[in-house]
Ligand binder design. Structure first.
Ligand SMILES: Nc1ncnc2c1ncn2[C@@H]1O[C@H](COP(=O)(O)OP(=O)(O)O)[C@@H](O)[C@H]1O
Ligand code: SF4
Ligand SMILES: [Mg+2]
Length: 377
């Protein structure tokens, strides 16, 4: 088993809460999430549409659009090397100078749809070179030269020609490579990729996943990779966090979670993955029911309205505590393991993604209106 130390950690997300507050409801898109990204490691966050993956990813760079807001928690970005005080990105003003200095330079992001992030009126080279000019003050000539090198690094054929093209003149797969080149321009410590292959055909998706794996290996950056596809997780992750309705319900080393999933939702997601050689006529199992309205979450366990194992009188009244059913593993299900002792859930020294707020270490009774009962302490 790999033993991790604090020095491995490049991004540590603790008890993150990102809410959308409207006249009608408060949507708790991210509701107490703990995640750890390691240097040179890939953490995949997986879950169905609407479970809060993008809100979490955008929170890291403080790019959540109003009425969304990071309302609690910490997003700790550690120094490039060795020990040192982290910078709490959650404490920065979303429009301030400090977070703008971090974006692109220390933490970069790749989005699902490159066309929505690329400018149609600037060349590929101008766009890749922009962050080099902003963060490192390099000349236009040097920025163009570095842009060509970056395009070659992300395996764009004919980089000398593509650098002077406009985004609409190149294919979707090439545009995604351009986005990745832009993200890599300043050598970020962390790359956040929000479903970067979802809009691509299967062959191009496989090539881009290979590219991410190589880049992560070559650069030592930490990769926070968002997907709704367990097949993608199997391809690229070291560690996986399964999200449901704003909460991480299971996390741990990817091999362990795939071979022995402990949360009913993780099992359902894995059962929905097509298997190699399976008969085409065999219908894929889907997860029963639909995700509840996020503005009106169920009492007790967030998954209980769809869970085949839900126990009446228990799962509808009690919020599952975080349990640790194996090294580096965390699960939120009332039927799994012993609660993590208070104070032992946080930190990153003992294994993969050892994350949970101490308050999560014991069950919490729900009040009849669905709010959590106040702490007894
Ligand atoms: N602008 C918004 N206003 C209100 N709710 C929003 C807004 N954007 C996202 N949400 C809600 O936040 C939740 C999480 O959304 P999102 O992070 O986009 O999920 P995912 O990326 O997992 O599909 C969803 O319930 C979504 O409806
Ligand atoms: S706590 Fe209950 S409802 Fe929730 S996942 Fe476990 S068995 Fe299912
Ligand atoms: Mg999304």
């Amino acid at each position: 088993m790999v033993t991790h130390t604090r020095d491995d950690v490049v991004l540590d997300i603790r008890d993150l809460r990102t809410y959308y507050t409207t006249d009608d409801a408060v949507v708790k898109a991210v509701d107490g999430v703990d995640l750890t990204v390691r240097r040179g490691g890939t953490l995949c966050v997986v879950g169905e549409s609407g479970c809060g993956k993008s809100a979490m990813a955008r929170s890291v760079l403080r790019l959540v659009d109003p009425p969304g807001e990071v309302v609690g928690g910490r997003i700790l970005l550690y120094p490039a090397e060795g020990p040192g005080e982290p910078l709490d990105l959650a404490a920065l003003r979303p429009t301030g100078r400090e977070i703008r200095a971090v974006r692109g330079r220390d933490v970069a992001m790749v989005f699902q749809e490159p066309m929505s992030s690329l400018s149609l009126v600037h060349t590929v080279g101008d766009q890749i070179g922009e962050s080099l000019r902003v963060h490192h003050g390099v000349s236009r000539r040097e920025a163009r030269k570095r842009s060509v090198e970056l395009l070659e690094r992300v395996r764009v054929p004919g980089a000398e020609r593509v650098v002077d093209s406009y985004p609409f003149q190149i294919s979707g797969g090439m545009r995604q490579r351009v986005m990745i080149a832009m993200a890599l321009a300043c050598g970020p410590r962390v790359l956040v990729a929000d479903e970067p292959t979802t809009a691509l055909d299967v062959t191009t998706q496989a090539q881009i996943l290979d590219l991410f794996a190589d880049l992560r290996h070559d650069t030592g950056m930490g990769l926070l990779f968002i997907t709704h596809d367990m097949g993608v997780v199997a391809e690229i992750a070291d560690e996986v966090a399964v999200m449901y309705l704003g909460t991480v319900v299971e996390q741990g080393p990817v091999d362990d979670v795939f071979h022995d999933p402990r949360h009913p939702y993780t099992r359902a997601l894995l059962e929905a993955v097509p298997r190699m050689g399976a008969s085409r006529s065999r219908r894929l199992p889907t997860i029963r029911g639909t995700i509840p309205d996020p503005g009106n979450q169920p009492t007790g366990c967030v998954f209980r309205t769809r869970c085949p194992e839900a126990v009446e009188g228990l799962c509808d009244t009690t919020v599952p505590p975080v349990t640790a059913p194996g090294p580096g593993r965390r699960v939120r299900c009332l039927l799994v393991g012993e609660p993590v002792p208070a104070g032992a859930a946080g930190g990153t020294g003992s294994g993969a993604n050892t994350g949970a707020p101490a308050a999560g270490a014991r069950p919490q009774e729900n009040t009849p209106n669905g709010e959590e009962a106040p702490d007894a302490d």
